[in-house]
Design a protein around this ligand. Structure first.
Ligand code: IVH
Length: 669
C-alpha cells in the first residue's frame, strides 16, 4: 500500500469510527455491533502502526495518548465561568421571574429548563473544527488544562461534524459526570483493591479529571453534557435553545431533557416533576437550571460579579434518610460554642454522602432522647448542614448509650461552662486552637473579608505552624513565612498575599461581620456599618445608643458593648488599624446631603403621606438616623395623627417636635 492509499483508507476509517462514536456515545442509537466497531478500530490501529507519520492527535486511536503529566498547566478563561444563583422554593422562583419581568417590562419571556447535572464544570475550546483544549472551572477565571483527560471521554467529539467556518471556532461549557452505574463499578473495584471509596459520583468525576495519567482517567468512563456557549465570534442563533440544537447538530452531546416553558407555573411544575422522578435518571442531578431563552434579553439582563441575572439554579429541597448514629463528638465554634455533632454511618442524601450531622446542643439530644447506636432520621435542606431529626425508638436493641456532656473542651482541655439561661456550652479559653481556627476561617470567608485562598485547610496549617495566632496575624504574613508551609508554592503564596492586601480595603460592614462578635450576623453588621460609619464610633457606642437602632435588640447591644471593652478586642483593633485595614466607611454615593444629614429622628402617631417604613427610608437616604425610643440623642420628633406617649416624653426632654409637613420641607431643602 502506498502512502497516498494508506492516507485515504485511514481517513475513511476515522470518519466511519467518528460516525459510530456519535451514534453510540452521543445519540445512544448504535447502528453496528460492538464486534464490528472493534474491527474498524483494529484496522485503523494496524494502518497507523504501519504508517506512523499519518497519526494525528484527533484520530480516534489517540484518545488515550501521551505520558502521564507532572502537573496541570493553568488556563485563563477567555470569558469568566460565572456560577449560578440558587433557589429552593417555588416562592423564590416566582421572585426570580418577577425580577426578570421588572427588568424587561411588557416583554414576552420564555424559559429553558434544563437538568442541573451534579458533575464537574469544564470548558472546551474548538479550533478549525477540532478539539484543541479543555479546562476545569477553577476559580472561574483560571482553571487547569485537563485536555488529555477530556480526550478520553468518548462522547466528546475530537472533530466536529461541520464544514461551516462559523461553527468551527468557539468555546463551550459543559458538565462532566459519571453515571450511577459507572460510579458503582469504580467503587466496587476500589473496594476490591482495598482503596478508599468515592463519596458520590460527583467526587468520583472530579477525582478522575484530576488524575495525572490519562490512561487511568480513560478507565473511569466519564461522560459529558454541553450546556452553554462560552465564547464565539458571532451568535449562531437567536435563542439559547436553538444554540444548543446547533451545537447538537455538529456532534456535541446535549441533555435530552430540556423543556421550554412560557410561564413560571410551568417551570415550577417541571421542577415538581423532577423532584419526584430524579431517581429514574441514570445520573445524579441536584436541581434544574432555568434560563431566559432569548439571547438578546439575556444580554440586556446582564450579570452581577458572580452570576448572570438571566439564569438561576432551582435546587431540590429537603430530603430525609435513615442511618445509624455511631458516635457523638464535640465541635468548638469561633465563639467557643460547643456543638455536639453526630458521627453517622455514611448515607447518600440529595446527591452527597453524609457522615456527620448537627445535633445542635445537649438539651436537644435529651429532649429527642437520641442515644449512641440509634437508627436516626437525618434531613438536609438546601445548602445547610444536615441535622438529626429524630431517633427511631421502635428499632432499639437495648444496647444504645445515653450521651453524657463532657466537662472539658475536647481540643484544649479548658473547662466548659454555660450561662444559666442558655442551652449552649462554651469553651472558656479564647486561645483554644479550635476557636482560633474558626475565627480565622470566618474572618477570611467570602461573606466577611473574602480573602480568597485562606480556607479551612490553610488556616489549619497556619495555626498549627504557629504562624498565626489571631486575626491580626494574617496581616503579618509574608512570602518567607508562607513558603515554610508544606505544599505552598511561590505562586499560591503571592496570590494569597495579594488577596490579604486587597482585604484591607473592604467595606467596614465586612470587617464588623468578620470580627465575629457574638449575635452580630451579616444583617446586623450591615445595619451597624450604615449607622456608625466607622469602627471607632461603633466601638465607643453605649448600650443605650445601640438600642436606639431599629433591629438591634438588648442582647445584641450588650454583646457588642461588652466585646469592644475586652482588652483582647482593643488590642486586635489597634493591630488591624496599624496594618492599614479600613476603619471608616467610604462616603455613600446614594446618600443625598440635606438638612437631615447627621440628625436623628423619631416618629410618633400616623403620618398622612408616607408609611412609617417609607419615612424611615427617606430619613436614611438623606443622611439622617432613625431612633426607636425617646432619648437625648433624638434631634426631632415627627408628630403624626394620634401621637403616643413619646410626645409627652420628648417635650419633657425639650426635644424639638415637627409636623409631617415640616419634615417634608426639610427634605426639600
Ligand atoms: S448553565 C453562567 N446549565 O452548575 C452559568 N450549568 O453554578 C452557566 N451545571 O458548575 C451555567 N448543569 O457547570 C448550566 N444545565 C446546566 C447545568 C449547569 C450543571 C453546573 C455548572 C456549574 C454550576 C453552576
Amino acid at each position: 500500500m502506498t502512502l497516498t492509499e494508506a492516507k485515504k483508507k485511514i481517513e475513511e476509517l476515522r470518519s466511519r469510527i467518528r460516525y459510530h462514536d456519535r451514534k453510540y456515545y452521543v445519540e445512544n442509537q448504535p447502528e453496528i455491533s460492538d464486534y464490528e466497531y472493534d474491527q474498524l478500530v483494529k484496522r485503523l490501529e494496524q494502518l497507523e502502526a504501519q504508517f506512523p507519520e499519518l497519526i494525528t492527535p484527533d484520530s480516534p486511536t489517540q484518545r488515550v495518548a501521551g505520558e502521564p503529566l507532572k502537573e496541570f498547566v493553568s488556563v485563563t478563561h477567555r470569558v469568566p465561568m460565572l456560577s449560578l444563583a440558587n433557589c429552593y422554593t417555588p416562592e423564590e422562583m416566582i421572585e426570580f421571574d418577577t425580577r426578570v419581568r421588572k427588568n424587561l417590562p411588557g416583554e414576552k419571556i420564555e424559559y429553558v429548563v434544563e437538568l442541573k447535572i451534579d458533575g464537574v464544570a469544564v470548558s472546551l475550546e474548538y479550533e478549525n473544527g477540532k478539539f484543541k483544549r479543555g479546562a476545569t472551572r477553577g476559580d472561574g477565571y483560571t482553571g487547569d488544562d485537563i485536555t488529555a483527560n477530556l480526550k478520553t471521554i468518548k462522547s466528546l467529539p475530537l472533530v466536529l461534524d461541520t464544514t461551516d467556518p462559523r461553527l468551527m471556532n468557539f468555546e463551550v461549557r459543559g458538565e462532566v459526570f459519571l453515571t450511577k452505574e459507572q460510579f458503582k463499578r469504580i467503587n466496587q473495584e476500589k473496594a476490591v483493591a482495598n482503596e478508599e471509596l468515592f463519596a458520590n459520583p460527583r467526587n468520583a468525576a472530579a477525582g478522575s479529571l484530576k488524575l495525572l495519567d490519562p490512561q487511568l482517567t480513560a478507565k473511569r468512563k466519564l461522560d459529558i453534557f454541553i450546556h452553554s456557549l462560552g465564547y464565539i465570534a458571532e451568535p449562531i442563533a437567536a435563542t439559547h435553545f436553538d444554540t444548543l440544537k446547533k451545537l447538537q447538530s455538529i456532534g456535541l452531546k446535549i441533555s435530552p431533557e430540556i423543556t421550554i416553558c412560557n410561564t413560571i407555573e410551568k417551570v415550577i411544575a417541571t421542577w415538581e416533576y423532577w423532584s419526584k422522578h430524579r431517581d429514574t435518571l441514570p445520573y445524579d442531578i441536584d436541581g434544574l437550571v432555568v434560563k431566559v431563552n432569548n439571547l438578546n434579553q439575556q444580554a440586556r439582563l446582564g450579570a452581577t460579579m458572580k452570576s448572570p441575572r438571566w439564569a438561576i439554579a432551582f435546587k431540590f429541597s429537603a430530603t430525609q434518610a435513615t442511618t445509624k448514629l455511631l458516635d457523638i463528638v464535640l465541635q468548638v465554634g469561633r465563639t467557643g460554642a460547643i456543638t455536639p455533632v453526630a458521627v453517622l454511618e455514611p448515607v447518600s442524601l440529595a446527591g452527597s454522602t453524609i457522615s456527620r450531622a448537627t445535633l445542635h446542643n445537649q438539651e436537644e439530644i435529651a429532649r429527642k432522647d437520641i442515644r449512641i447506636g440509634d437508627q436516626v432520621i437525618i434531613e438536609k435542606a438546601g445548602e445547610v448542614i444536615p441535622e438529626v431529626v429524630k431517633p427511631i425508638h421502635s428499632v432499639r436493641t437495648g444496647k444504645e448509650k445515653k450521651f453524657v456532656m463532657p466537662d472539658k473542651c475536647p481540643v484544649c482541655g479548658a473547662r466548659l461552662w454555660k450561662e444559666p439561661d442558655e442551652v449552649v456550652y462554651r469553651c472558656e479559653n479564647i486561645s483554644c486552637p479550635a476557636q482560633i481556627k474558626r475565627r480565622l476561617t470566618h474572618f477570611a470567608s467570602r461573606a466577611a473579608m473574602d480573602i480568597e485562598g485562606l480556607g479551612e485547610a490553610l488556616v489549619e496549617q497556619l495555626v498549627d505552624a504557629g504562624l498565626v495566632r489571631d486575626i491580626a496575624d494574617i496581616y503579618t504574613l509574608d512570602l518567607f513565612k508562607l513558603l515554610q508551609l508544606e505544599r505552598m508554592g511561590q505562586k499560591s503564596a503571592s496570590k494569597l498575599l495579594t488577596a490579604i492586601e486587597q482585604s484591607k480595603h473592604r467595606p467596614i460592614s465586612d470587617l464588623i461581620y468578620g470580627l465575629g462578635i457574638r449575635h452580630v450576623g451579616r444583617r446586623a453588621a450591615d445595619i451597624l456599618a450604615e449607622y456608625f460609619g466607622s469602627i471607632d464610633a461603633l466601638s465607643a457606642a453605649t448600650v443605650e445608643e445601640l438600642r436606639t437602632i431599629p433591629d438591634i435588640g438588648q442582647v445584641v447591644a450588650e454583646s457588642i458593648y461588652q466585646t469592644f471593652r475586652t482588652p483582647e478586642m482593643r488590642r486586635l483593633l489597634e493591630r488591624l488599624r496599624a496594618a492599614g485595614v479600613q476603619f471608616v466607611a467610604e462616603p455613600k454615593k446614594d446618600v443625598k446631603p440635606s438638612a437631615l444629614t447627621g440628625k436623628t429622628f423619631l416618629i410618633t402617631g400616623t403620618l398622612q403621606k408616607h408609611t412609617r417604613e417609607e419615612a424611615h427610608d427617606i430619613i436614611r437616604r438623606y443622611g439622617g438616623k432613625v431612633a426607636t425610643a425617646v432619648g437625648k440623642n433624638v434631634d426631632y420628633l415627627i408628630v403624626g395623627e394620634n401621637p403616643g406617649s413619646k410626645l409627652e416624653k420628648a417635650q419633657q426632654l425639650g426635644i424639638k417636635t415637627i409636623t409631617e409637613q415640616e419634615f417634608l420641607a426639610m427634605v426639600e431643602q
